[in-house]
Design a protein around this ligand. Structure first.
Ligand SMILES: *Cc1c(COP(=O)(O)O)cnc(C)c1O
Length: 429
């Protein structure tokens, strides 16, 4: 495969950006070669600067649930673009997008648009603290909530620990109020609540943890978490930046039928443009400025062009059967690949929920917590290369999940399944 144009562009980008990229997950550090520089995308496909065509399962790490350059999204962006791009004053588009969301979402009465998932989570945590008057937050090992200072933490060595900063530049003081426990562990949850419940503003979780592999939780664990938060007056914060509008219109809350107190959204909500949001019931959202004392603002928040993209995308997502269809197509591909791997005795499994899948090099164990992830990424590296050579693009890390869009048709996915099988033969052969 010719990659010389990408290699040239990478060399140039290295002069300007740390690692040649504007977000570290785009670098090919964990796999081979230079990152592919993408020239264009259409439907389920992307083309790199060397004119190689790929079936794209990265989908910008989640936002593109309708694939690339969907005609409706494109049209609504262009229609609104000529009116100007930002005003610092309200537009009707903000309420239009909010109405599409809130009229179908029983978990939130009010929403605030921001410009990224990170910003949504950061603001939601501030709201939880401001509303409860408590400082501590509890998070789970292996859940990613954006690069928010207080949530960039690793677990310490015990069952219930205070976080240890996982990035330079974050003082230990900033994470001193963050408690970390393992996922899917009722025992750890009970110990943490016994010790800290009265000081906790919120428990934050990715109800479908999908940033560190796909660590599907037992529903009973999520229910227990809901029950304990209610009992101790602790807010339950679902970070649905990846699962919102992905596994169901109202995210994992709807999928599992569990009601959170605060929710954050991002990725899909902006139709491929930068939008994040946080929302809650009225009595909680009343605390947000200018109604209440929790300050949060944004020059480009509710940006009209981004709102237009979100409106077009979510209008399609809200059609009956949309999510069932996504899930069915994904399942067919996953089952086809998995039964092949099993038949061949390969230590491999695609783990799936909704239209998300994760490449796991483990045969039939269900991995539910970060500590169970095997850290040897050698087989992933081989598979990534073998897939690229077969025109299938997945994110360049074994911890990233893949996404299926509305335009990854049955035929596209049959082709992809075949390429997966051939690539597995190469890896294990
Ligand atoms: C992607 C993601 C974020 C961060 O969103 P950005 O838009 O990248 O800032 C936060 N939480 C979860 C669960 C995510 O998947």
């Amino acid at each position: 495969m010719k990659r010389s144009n990408s290699e040239k562009l990478y060399k140039k980008a290295l002069e300007y950006f740390p690692g040649g990229v504007n977000s570290p997950v785009r670098a090919f550090k964990a796999v081979e070669g230079a990152p592919l520089f993408i020239k264009k995308g259409k439907g389920p496909y992307i083309w790199d600067e060397d004119e190689n065509q790929f079936i794209d399962f990265c989908c910008s790490f989640g936002p593109l649930i309708l694939g690339h350059a969907h005609p409706d999204v494109h049209k609504n962006i262009v229609d609104n673009l000529s009116n100007g791009t930002t005003f610092g004053a309200p537009t009707k588009l903000e309420s239009e997008l909010a109405e599409i969301i809130i009229s179908r979402n029983p978990y939130i009465d009010k929403i605030r648009f921001v410009s990224s998932g990170t910003e949504a989570v950061m603001s939601g945590v501030r709201l939880a603290r401001g509303f409860t008057g408590r400082n501590k937050i509890l998070k789970f090992e292996g859940c990613y909530h954006g690069h928010v200072d207080s949530l960039m933490v690793n677990a310490g060595s015990g069952l219930v620990t205070f976080g240890e900063s996982s990035s330079a530049g974050i003082p230990e003081d900033v994470v001193a109020d963050t408690i970390v426990i393992p996922l899917n562990d009722v025992n750890a949850l009970e110990i943490a609540f016994e010790k800290y419940a009265h000081e906790l503003a919120c428990v934050i979780i990715e109800p479908i943890p999908a940033n560190n592999g796909l660590l599907l939780q037992e529903k009973s664990f999520l229910l227990k978490l809901r029950e304990m938060c209610t009992e101790h007056n602790v807010l339950l914060f679902f970070d649905e930046v990846i699962s919102g509008f992905r596994v169901a219109f109202s995210g994992a809350a709807e999928y599992y039928d569990i009601t959170p107190d605060i929710v954050s959204y991002g990725k899909i909500i902006g139709g491929g443009l930068p939008v994040g949001a946080y929302g809650a019931k009225k009595h909680i959202m009343q605390s947000v400025s200018p109604d209440g004392p929790v300050y949060q603002a944004g020059t480009l928040s509710g940006n009209p062009v981004a709102m237009a993209a979100g409106i077009a995308q979510l209008n399609i997502c809200s059609k009956p059967g949309f999510y069932e269809d996504q899930e069915m197509r994904t399942k067919t591909m996953v089952e086809s690949v998995n039964s092949y791997a099993k038949e061949k005795g390969y230590d491999f499994k695609l783990v799936t929920i909704g239209s998300i899948f994760w490449i796991a090099f483990a045969d039939d164990t269900t991995i539910r917590s970060a500590s169970q992830i095997n850290t040897d990424m050698t087989p992933f590296k081989k598979l990534h290369k073998a897939l690229l050579e077969r025109s299938v693009y997945v994110g360049p890390s074994g911890y990233e999940v893949g996404f299926v869009s509305q335009v990854h048709t049955k035929e596209v996915l049959e082709n992809a399944a075949q390429q997966f099988k051939n690539a597995l033969d190469e890896v294990f052969g």
